[in-house]
Design a binder for this molecule. Structure first.
Ligand code: GCU
Length: 526
């Protein structure tokens, strides 16, 4: 009965022409497409997290500490309990126990081992084949940064999605260089929103013409508007979006540092702003989309695959590909910068992509410069729980309390963050922090990060690069006073008296890097 009714309704629809041959074709095409490209899996972050636990055979994870100091399970801030695993893995000992005694052994044997270990167990492997990225200029504009003329270019890096057309990735980046350049400029790439600094606006006369044309169009569409425009003759539908060039000027006159972009341009550098979330979303639910999802054809990750930090770093590498083609830029002197989670991403970028010459690593904490083995503030368990998607799935093993392989913790990690810094050697790394009183939370573990920089020194020296210039004994290391930078080596440290930002350290970073680059070039005859 039921079935007959359905048949009748179906016939009726066909006869009435509501379902025609064309829609059969359409549905067929769609079916074929769906069979060829199953739609991306839509997991919540919790489902994705559970899926990874299942793949790894993990039953339970230890919970990360709370950042709220009043909570019962709050993070440890007692220095006497901060180093439960005081011995760090030795960066200069090969897996088979042999000592690394010269630079060749480092480059040929030890560095590749560390790259492997960090890839497999910490940040994840970048797939062997990633799709091609084609950069296109969206707009090139003559603008000003502060009072200085610049050429600003907004770009989109389109990632080839022909293997899986259901996911689109378009990397957003803006490149800004001083106008009237006489030589290629060094450049700092920063993980931040890609925006033109101050899009040039038409002069007043042209704006008047635009407004007259807009008013005429509006009146044509709705003649009653004529009267509105007559009642308010001075009203213009389109206002100038000119940025006030004097904004922030009073503060600068009163002694404040100019914003980072102004400092860079004033120093004769360029900068690029690359938007991390245009590469990969900053959440677990997004792992079946973005570049990670595109390569996996919308399926969940396998345990050894890359997490968001490595994906952001990959995107920065594609940005570097573009910079290498731009004659205005000295691609041999490009740096990478980020703060907080993007400080981690900047360090990961610098560690894996040796084309980056220098880096400013702002308040990077756990997963960045901080030692994983420290028990202070944010912990390994924080990144196997809530922010697991920054890391490889395999990293979760180190937070497991019950699993097919037993239990593991930070002490089982085959590497620690001093060795991540060592992957950057002998290139320039400036580790920057602020102070808790101004909002650069204790949670980030400034001291645990300083210990990592100290422990990273021997590799720098082995490669002939001066490091911090302090003892290598990380166990007894004490941070230098606030605002006292250790800026003589290629490995640098400075804790400023600001908050959760690297802005107060930017001027020190520029001076320090200029010295190593011998920049700006001396004028001939002088
Ligand atoms: C949280 C997180 C940190 C991260 C920070 C941020 O505090 O625990 O790991 O660095 O957010 O990016 O703002």
């Amino acid at each position: 009965m039921q079935r007959k009714k359905l048949q009748e309704r179906w016939l009726l629809l066909v006869r009435s022409g509501m379902i025609g041959i064309a829609s059969f074709w359409g549905a067929g095409g769609l079916l074929a497409q769906t069979a060829r490209y199953p739609p991306p899996v839509k997991f919540t972050a919790e489902q994705d997290h559970q899926n990874m636990m299942d793949q790894l055979g993990i039953k339970t994870l230890r919970e990360g500490p709370s950042g709220d100091e009043k909570a019962a399970n709050h993070a440890n801030y007692d220095e006497s309990k901060a180093n439960p695993y005081p011995d760090l893995p030795d960066a200069l000992t090969l897996e088979d126990g042999k000592k690394v005694t010269n630079a060749a052994m480092w480059w040929d044997q030890r560095r590749p081992q560390l790259v492997d270990l960090f890839s497999k167990d910490v940040y994840g492997e970048v797939p062997k084949h990633t799709p091609k990225v084609t950069w296109k200029v969206v707009v090139t504009d003559k603008e000003r940064v502060g009072f200085l003329p610049v050429i600003a270019t907004k770009l989109v890096g389109h990632v080839d999605d022909s293997d899986y057309p259901l996911i689109h990735v378009d990397i957003q980046m803006t490149v800004v260089v001083p106008a009237n350049g006489t030589h290629p400029v060094p450049l700092l790439m920063m993980f931040r929103k890609s925006e033109l600094p101050a899009p040039a606006q038409p002069p007043e006369q042209d704006l008047e013409r635009i407004n007259a044309a807009v008013k005429a169009m509006l009146v044509e569409r709705d003649p009653s508007l004529q009267q509105v425009f007559e009642t308010y003759p001075a009203y213009n539908p389109i206002a100038s979006q000119e940025k006030d060039p004097f904004a922030g000027f009073a503060a600068i006159m009163a002694g404040a540092d100019p914003p980072t972009d102004q400092q860079l341009i004033a120093a004769g550098w360029g900068y690029a702003a690359i938007d991390p979330v245009s590469i990969q979303a900053d959440n677990g639910a997004g792992l079946t989309r973005g570049i990670i999802g595109l390569v996996n054809h919308g399926q969940p990750r396998k345990p050894d695959q890359w997490g968001a930090l490595r994906a952001w770093a990959w995107g920065a590498g594609r940005g570097m590909d573009y910079l290498e083609t731009d004659p205005a830029i000295d691609a041999k002197h490009v740096g990478i910068e980020g703060v907080s989670r993007y400080g981690k991403a900047a360090l990961v970028t610098m560690a894996f992509d040796q084309r980056f010459y220098m880096s400013l690593i702002g308040s990077s904490g756990e997963g960045g410069a901080k030692l994983n083995r420290r028990n202070w503030g944010e912990s390994v368990e924080s990144l196997t729980g809530g922010e697991y998607y920054w890391m490889a799935g395999n990293f979760m093993k180190y937070g497991a309390s019950e699993a097919s392989f037993g239990a593991m913790n930070a002490s089982n990690l085959p590497v620690d963050s001093h060795e991540l810094i060592d992957l950057c050697a002998p290139r320039l790394v400036f580790v920057s922090y602020g102070i808790p009183a101004k909002g650069d939370a204790k949670w980030l573990d400034q001291k645990g990060s300083y210990m990592a920089v100290v422990a990273a020194q021997p590799v720098y020296r082995l490669l002939g690069a001066p490091a911090l210039g302090v003892s290598d004994d990380y166990k007894t290391a004490e941070m230098p006073p606030v605002n006292h930078g250790l800026l003589d080596g290629k490995l640098a440290w400075r804790q400023d008296d600001g908050g959760h930002t690297d802005a107060p350290n930017v001027k020190y970073f520029i001076q320090w890097a200029d010295r190593w680059m011998d920049y700006p070039p001396k004028l001939q005859g002088k």
